[in-house]
Design a protein around this ligand. Sequence first.
Ligand code: ADP
Length: 317
Amino acid sequence: LFSKPTPVYEEKEVPVLGTIVRVKVAGDKVSSNVLLNTAEQELYRIHNKFSPNVESSVVHKLNTDGRVEVDEEALFLFQAAYNYAVITGGAFDPTVRPLLKLWGFDDINSQKKVPTQEEINKALENVDYRFIKVDEKNREISLLKDGVEVDLGGIAKGYAIDLVIQKIKGIDPEATGFVDAGGDIGIIGPKFGELPWVIGIRDPFSQDALKSIDTIYLTSGAVVTSGDYERFFTEDGKKYHHIIDPEDGYPARNASSVTVIAEKAMIADVFSTALFVLGYDNPALDYFTDFGIQAFVISPAGESVQTKGFDYFREKM
Ligand code: ADP
C-alpha cells in the first residue's frame, strides 16, 4: 500500500487591507505555490475593489460621488454590511469613516490625534448606517446625506479570508492550511489533513504580542480577535484604539479584547467589532449565538464573559 506523502506547507505574506495577510497552505492536487498565487491575486483584487483609500475602488467612488453602480459581489458586501448594522443595532456601522478620519484611523499614513468634542459632534451628524441606501433592483448604492462616508474595514478582511479559502478549495478541495489577516484567521483545512490548528488568544494586558491567555483549537471555520492593542496611539498617557463607538464617537471603552468563532470569517469579523462596541456588560451576548457565533469578551478590568458554546473550542479533539 502506498501512503500519502506528508503535505508540504508553503507561506506567503501579502500587505493588503491595512494589515499583512499570511497564507499558509499545502496543496493536495496542485503545488502549494499555485494556491498561494491564487490567494495573493484575490487579496489584491479585494483590496483594490473595496479599500476607501484606493481611488479606483467602489467605496472611494461612493464616497466621492454619493452613489455607485455595483456588481453582484459588491452588492453582496454592501448588503451584508447594512444588514449587520441593523442586527447589531448600529454597534457595527459602516459609516464610521468621518470619525476614523478625525482620529487618524482611516489610513496607515494618517496623523493620529485626539479630536475636539466639537469635531466629534460634527462628524457624528454624518454617522448612521441608515444614510446608506442599497437599491438591489438597480444595483446601486447611494448615500442619502452630504458628508456621509463608508468604510468596510470591519467586514472586508473577513470577506477576503472566506473568498481566498473558497478559491483555494475550488482548485484543490483537499488543500489544508489557514489564512491569517492580523489576528483574523480562517481555516483552509486541518493541519496535515487531520490535526487542529492551535490558536493562541493574545493577552490584551501584555506588551508581549506572543503572550496568550487562552488557546483554541480549530479544524475548520474562523476565529477573529479584536483587541485594543492592535491599532492605537497614546496621548497624555491615555490609549486610543481603532474601534469607534458610533454612539459617542470615541474609541469603545467597554472591552479590551473580543474573540469570535464562526463558520465564516466575515461573520466573525463583524461580530468582533460589534461586540467590542457593545462591551463586556452586554446582556444581549447570548442572543448573538443565533447568528452562528461563539464569543469570549474580556473587560478593561480583566474580567471575562463568554457564550455558552465557547468552551467547546478550548478542547483539543
Ligand atoms: P482588527 O482586526 O484590526 O481589530 P476589526 O475587524 O476589529 O479590525 O475592525 C476594525 C476596523 O473596522 C477599523 O479599522 C475600521 O476600519 C472599522 N471600524 C471601526 N469601528 C467600527 C464600527 N463601530 N463599525 C464598523 N466598522 C468599524
